[in-house]
Design a binder for this molecule. Structure first.
Ligand code: MN
Length: 433
């Protein structure tokens, strides 16, 4: 764990709510007209790893890791064992801390080394080989289940199996990419045959994204005790959902076109190492719930495998934008609402022999909390569209309208330590074509 009082000679890092010296998330960026390449967020700057390597700022393991993170995607970096990731983190903190011996040399490189973040475009951090979306937000599962099965909101498998489905990797897109309202088949109320047309019930899902680090060999499951070592880092993830399409198509095999048109992720990868101060014990299961089966149960994972990340959803409508209003917060939740730890997701995913690869992406599932102001989808907050939300400017929403922008934010707080943030995951809804 990085010392909480460590500060940087990059002035904007100190007191920065997301990107102080204690965070150092990695991402892929480009300068205007430039090629995508790897960098590290520090305050309002991006440290260009290629420039840093060229200046000879890294040695040994840190140089190997910097090289792996300096290209056009982070997959080679994700493939590294955690000690190499840690070596890069420690080298960056030595270089960037107040009083660093390298400060004069680094300052002399100016904007070639420390690029103003506002001038850059951010890209998908990795080539996503496979994307899997889970359903571990138990309050979401219960809220949604209650809409369809008031007498049995949670199905009998929920507390035994980390429920998930294989999603679509090709339409994972970076924050800021507009999302076109999808077409699909729906069965409108009162009809006995479906129609094909634009989705009328477009929704967001507030999720944690998990970037998979080192993979496994096909047929060789990852044991629960080692599973935590296979997480490279986290991001925010919006699992855009066409609820009317979903309702008609999802049985018996689960989501298809309702989910495969877009999944947005935030650009910065907050590493497992940066998250260490925000690890918590997995919240105890309520009395009467079964214990996880042995292949999903590990004492260390139960003691330290949860993350305490505060999550927010905000909405910026076209009218709010036109009147210069700030986005309105719709919900605040937490990753402590996960019924399963990330290590349990990794162990379960590979338990049958499935091969995970560096750059695979997991979504946690919608992370609603127990309170009414903590729900991570409109499906829940409007009770399936039956009760409209009234926004502060008087507008109403049951589902998303064209011109709405959904903004996810996340930050970690703990007493006596600087906050670190995941940044934002934004997406603007475009009209159907
Ligand atoms: Mn989802």
């Amino acid at each position: 764990m990085t010392h909480p009082s460590l500060t940087s000679w990059v002035g904007s890092a100190n007191g920065h709510p997301d990107f102080p010296l204690q965070n150092l998330p990695l991402g892929i960026f480009s300068r205007p007209g430039g090629q995508p390449c790897g960098g590290v967020a520090i305050g309002d700057r991006i440290l260009d790893l290629t420039t840093a390597l060229g200046a000879g700022l890294f040695r040994g393991d840190a140089a190997i890791a910097a090289e792996a993170a300096s290209g056009e995607c982070l997959n080679p970096f994700f493939a590294l064992p955690p000690p190499l990731r840690l070596a890069l983190r420690q080298a960056l903190q030595t270089l960037l801390r107040q009083g660093s011996e390298q400060q004069p040399a680094m300052t002399a490189l100016g904007d070639t080394l420390l690029v103003p973040r506002a001038d850059c475009d951010l890209h998908l951090p990795a080539r996503v080989g496979d994307y899997t979306d889970f359903y571990v937000g138990i309050h979401h599962a219960r809220n949604v289940g209650a809409l369809f099965r008031p007498d049995q909101p949670l199905l009998p498998n929920y507390k035994y199996v980390p429920v998930g489905y294989h999603g679509r990797a090709s339409t994972v897109c970076v924050s800021g990419t507009p999302v076109r309202r999808p077409h699909g088949q729906t069965l409108p109320p009162g009809h006995d045959r479906p129609i094909f047309g634009p989705c009328q019930r477009l929704d967001y899902e507030l999720e944690l994204g998990v970037w998979i680090g080192p993979g496994n060999v096909m047929g060789e499951p990852i044991a629960i005790a080692e599973a935590g070592q296979h997480m490279a880092g986290v991001c925010l993830l919006n699992d855009w959902s066409a609820r009317d399409v979903q309702a008609w198509e999802y049985q018996p095999l689960g989501p298809f076109l309702a989910k495969n048109f877009a999944t947005s992720v935030s650009p910065w990868v907050v590493t497992a190492e940066a998250l260490a101060p925000f690890r918590r014990a997995q919240p105890p299961r309520p009395d009467g719930d079964p214990q996880p089966l042995p292949y999903l149960l590990d004492a260390t994972d139960q003691a330290t495998g949860a993350l305490d990340i505060r999550l927010e959803v905000l909405l910026l409508t076209q009218a709010m934008r036109a009147h210069g209003l700030a986005p309105e917060r719709l919900a605040v939740s937490s990753t402590l609402n996960m019924y399963w730890t990330i290590a349990q997701l990794i162990a379960h995913h590979s338990a049958g022999g499935c091969r995970l690869q560096p750059g695979d992406l997991f979504g946690s599932g919608t992370l609603s909390g127990a309170q009414p102001d903590a729900v991570g989808s409109l499906l829940e907050s409007t009770l399936g569209g039956q009760r409209a939300l009234t926004l502060a400017n008087g507008e109403q929403r049951t589902f998303l309208l064209d011109g709405d922008e959904v903004i996810l934010r996340a930050r970690c707080y703990c007493e006596g330590y600087p906050s670190i943030g995941l940044g934002e995951c934004r997406g603007l809804v475009l009209p159907a074509r």
